[in-house]
Design a protein around this ligand. Structure first.
Ligand code: F6R
Length: 639
C-alpha cells in the first residue's frame, strides 16, 4: 500500500489509500467490516450497513461471502440499506438493483430478509415523496448507518446524486445524467432502454453515516477521483462533499489513483528521486503546462514551477530539454515491428528478426482494430507474420436485431437454394424463434449466444481484411469464462489460463500486443489481460519468451499520457481513413442512439484519440502528423 507524503496529504482533502489491486483493497475492507460486525455483536448491537451496486463492490461482496462461508461470519444481526434503485423497474427486472444485490450478496448470506432494504423502484409517482421520507425514517429507526460503502460514477455521482445535487439533499426521485445512462447502456442492451429516473439516498443521507468508504478501480475513474480528492467541494461533483465528513475515506487501486498529484506530478508535492521516467514525465508536464514546445523551455519555467531541484541536478534547461526531446523523438517510428537492416539503438523495436511473429490479442472482436488498426496494417505491409487472437466471442455485445438479421439471411439463403431442411437452416430458425420469444432484458440462450458470436466473427474478419489480414490470420479463442458468464460475473479459471498459454506456446511470438492492463478488474478487457499476465508469468523461463516483447495498446475510453509512450506510430490522413473504414465493419457496435453533439460512435472516438495524440506530439515540438497510435512496453517480470 502506498502512503502519501506530508505535502500530498495537504493537497489531498480526504484520506486516500492506494492499494496494489482491487482484491487487496476488498480483502482489507471486508476484514474491517467483519471486525465491526463482531464488535457490535459483542456489545449486543446490530450493524447497519449502507450498500452500493455496480461493478465496484462486487469483489467486496465476494470476499464477504467467503468470510461467511469459511469463517462463519454471521449477518443475522446486520441491517442493510441500499443507496439507490432505477425508477420504474420492478424487483424482478434483470437489471434491478434489488435483484443485483440478491444475486451478488444477500442470497449467499444468513441475513434475514426483513433486514434488507432497497429503494422501491415500482412505487407510484404520487407516493414517491412519502416513500422516500419513510426510507429515511427507517434508517434513523435502525440507529443510523455505521458504515456506508460507495462507488463513484464518471460524473462524480455518489448513489445517483448527479452533479447539481446539494450537500443537504435527502432520499428522492432524481433524473439520471446523460453520461451515467451511457455507462449503463451495455447492461440495458442500448441507451434507449436505460431508465431516465432513479430513487437515491441524498448526499445529506450519505453524510449522516458514521463512517464512509468510497471504492474505485481502473483508469476510467482516475480523473474524477483526482478532482474529488483535490478540488474544493462543489455541487458540480457530489463526491467532493465527502471531504467535509470526519470519517470518510477513499480506498482505490493504482489505476484509479493515476491522476492524483502525488502519482502524476510527484515533484509538485515533495522531493523525489529524478529517475529517467520521472524526468521525462515532468518535462512533458512543464511543456504542456506553460504551453511551450520542449526545446523552448527556459530555466525560469523550471524554477517557477516547482522543478528547481531538477534544474540543479540536471540543468541548465538547454541540455535537459534536448535530452528529453530526443527521448520523445525516439518513440516515433513508422516500423512498429522494427526496421530491418537499420541501426536500432534508438528505435523502440529491434531490427531483427525480420519478419517477426506477432500476436495481437483483442479481448473482444473490434478492440484491436479500434486500438491499433493502423499499426496492424503497417505490420502486415512490412511483411510480419501477424495473428489476431480474439479472446472472447463478443456475443454479449450484439443487439438482438443484428442476430435477427443473420437469422433472416440464413432463411433467405436456404429458401433460395431449397436447403430449408438442412441443419444450418434449422439452427437459424430455432434461434429466430428463441429471439422472438425472449422477454425484454432476459439473458440469451446458449444458441442465441452462439449465433451472436458468429456474427461478430464475420464482422471481425471483414474489419481485419480491411487492415490487410486474411481470414487465416484471425483466430477465435471463445474463452469459456465469457461463454458461461455475464457482465460483472466473469470467473476465469484454469481452463482459460491454459488456453492462452497454449496459443502463445504454439505461436512463439516475437511481439505480443495486448490491452486492458489498467481497466476495472471486472471488465472483459481486464479479465483478458490478467490471463495474458498469468500466461507470461508461466512462460517466463522458456527460451523463446526471453526474445519476446510485450506492447500495450489503449482502448478508446482512455488515452496515454505522452510521457508514458514508448512507441508512437504515426499515420497519414489516408491511413487514418483506412482505419476508419475497417472499424465500420463492426457495424453492430455502432452507438444505438446517436446524438448530434459530442463524439459517440466508436470510429469517432478512435479518430479523436489518434488525432488528439498527434496534436499532443505537435505541441511538444515534435513533427506534426495527422494521427498517432501509441504503445507502452510492458515487462512481464517486473509487473
Ligand atoms: C450504485 C451507485 C452508483 C455507482 C457508480 C459506479 O448503487 O450508487 O453511484 O456506485 O455509478 O458504478 P460502477 O461501480 O459500476 O462503476
Amino acid at each position: 500500500m502506498n502512503a502519501p507524503s506530508l505535502e500530498s496529504q495537504q493537497r489531498e482533502r480526504i484520506p486516500t489509500t492506494v492499494c496494489a489491486s482491487a482484491d487487496e483493497a476488498c480483502t482489507q475492507l471486508a476484514a474491517e467490516i467483519a471486525e465491526l460486525i463482531h464488535r457490535n455483536e459483542q456489545a449486543g448491537r446490530n450493524t447497519v450497513l449502507g450498500l452500493a451496486t455496480g461493478s465496484t463492490p462486487v469483489r467486496l461482496y465476494r470476499e464477504l461471502i467467503r468470510l461467511h462461508r469459511e469463517t462463519g461470519l454471521s449477518f443475522k444481526r446486520v441491517i442493510t440499506f441500499n443507496l439507490d434503485e432505477y425508477y420504474g423497474l420492478p424487483r424482478t427486472h434483470p437489471e434491478s438493483y434489488w435483484r443485483f444485490m440478491h444475486e451478488q450478496l444477500f442470497s449467499h448470506l444468513d441475513i434475514p430478509a426483513e433486514n434488507v432494504n432497497v429503494p422501491d423502484g415500482s412505487v407510484a409517482r404520487s407516493d414517491v415523496f412519502a416513500w422516500c421520507r419513510s426510507y429515511e425514517e427507517r434508517i434513523r429507526a435502525a440507529g443510523g448507518l455505521d458504515l456506508q460503502i460507495l462507488g463513484i460514477g464518471r460524473t462524480g455521482h455518489i448513489g445517483f446524486n448527479e452533479p447539481g445535487s446539494t450537500r443537504e439533499s435527502r432520499t428522492r426521485l432524481v433524473t439520471l445524467d446523460g453520461l451515467t445512462r451511457r455507462d449503463a447502456a451495455r447492461d440495458f442492451l442500448g441507451e434507449a432502454n436505460v431508465p431516465r429516473h432513479a430513487i437515491t439516498m441524498g448526499v445529506g443521507t450519505i453524510l449522516d453515516a458514521r463512517s464512509i468508504v468510497l471504492l474505485a478501480w481502473g483508469e476510467a475513474k482516475a480523473a474524477i477521483i483526482a478532482q474529488a480528492v483535490e478540488q474544493p467541494p462543489t455541487e458540480a461533483l457530489p463526491a467532493s462533499f465527502l471531504q467535509g465528513h470526519p470519517r470518510a475515506r477513499f480506498l482505490i487501486d493504482r489505476a484509479a489513483a493515476s491522476a492524483l498529484t502525488r502519482v502524476r506530478y510527484p515533484w509538485l508535492v515533495g522531493s523525489i528521486e529524478w529517475t529517467a521516467p520521472r524526468v521525462r514525465q515532468s518535462v512533458v508536464w512543464l511543456s504542456q503546462h506553460v504551453k511551450k514546445p520542449v526545446l523552448k523551455l527556459l530555466d525560469e519555467d523550471y524554477s517557477e514551477h516547482g522543478m528547481a531541484d531538477l534544474l540543479t541536478e540536471r540543468g541548465p534547461a538547454y541540455g535537459l530539454n534536448i535530452d528529453v526531446f530526443n527521448e520523445l523523438q525516439h518513440t516515433i517510428t513508422g516500423w512498429p515491428g522494427g526496421k530491418p537492416n537499420a541501426d536500432d539503438s534508438h528505435r523502440p523495436e529491434r531490427a531483427s528478426p525480420h519478419p517477426k511473429r506477432v500476436v495481437v490479442f483483442s479481448p473482444e472482436p473490434s478492440h484491436a482494430v479500434l486500438g491499433m488498426g493502423g499499426t496492424l496494417r503497417r505490420l502486415v505491409d512490412q511483411g510480419h507474420d501477424v495473428t489476431v487472437i480474439c479472446q472472447t466471442s463478443g456475443s454479449l455485445a450484439l443487439p438482438d436485431e443484428e442476430a435477427l438479421l443473420a437469422v433472416d439471411l440464413v432463411g433467405e439463403l436456404s429458401g433460395a437454394f431449397e436447403l430449408s431442411g438442412g441443419p444450418a437452416a434449422g439452427f437459424a430458425a430455432d434461434v429466430g424463434r428463441q429471439l422472438r420469444a425472449k422477454a425484454a432484458f432476459a439473458g440469451d440462450t446458449p444458441e442465441i449466444r452462439r449465433l451472436k458470436g458468429l456474427v461478430r466473427r464475420c464482422e471481425e474478419r471483414a474489419a481485419l481484411a480491411a487492415c490487410g489480414l486474411g481470414r487465416e490470420r484471425v483466430r477465435f479463442a471463445d474463452l469459456a469464462f465469457y461463454e458461461r458468464g455475464r457482465y460483472r460475473q466473469f470467473r476465469p479459471d484454469a481452463t482459460d489460463a491454459a488456453a492462452v498459454v497454449a496459443i502463445l506456446r504454439e505461436l512463439r511470438p516475437h511481439q505480443i500486443f495486448a490491452t486492458g492492463d489498467r481497466d476495472d478488474p471486472s471488465s472483459i478487457t481486464a479479465v483478458c489481460f490478467d490471463l495474458i499476465r498469468r500466461a507470461c508469468a508461466e512462460l517466463q523461463d522458456e527460451a523463446w519468451f526471453a526474445a519476446c516483447r510485450v506492447w500495450l495498446y489503449r482502448g478508446v475510453e482512455t488515452a496515454w499520457d505522452a510521457a508514458e509512450i514508448d512507441m508512437a506510430v504515426p499515420f497519414s490522413p489516408r491511413e487514418l481513413e483506412q482505419k476508419t473504414q475497417a472499424i465500420f465493419h463492426h457495424q453492430s457496435q455502432r452507438s444505438q442512439t446517436p446524438v448530434a453533439a459530442g463524439l459517440r460512435e466508436p470510429w469517432q472516438q478512435a479518430e479523436q484519440h489518434n488525432r488528439g495524440l498527434a496534436s499532443v506530439y505537435d505541441a511538444l515540438g515534435l513533427a506534426n502528423y495527422e494521427a498517432i497510435e501509441a504503445f507502452q512496453r510492458w515487462r512481464p517480470a517486473s509487473a
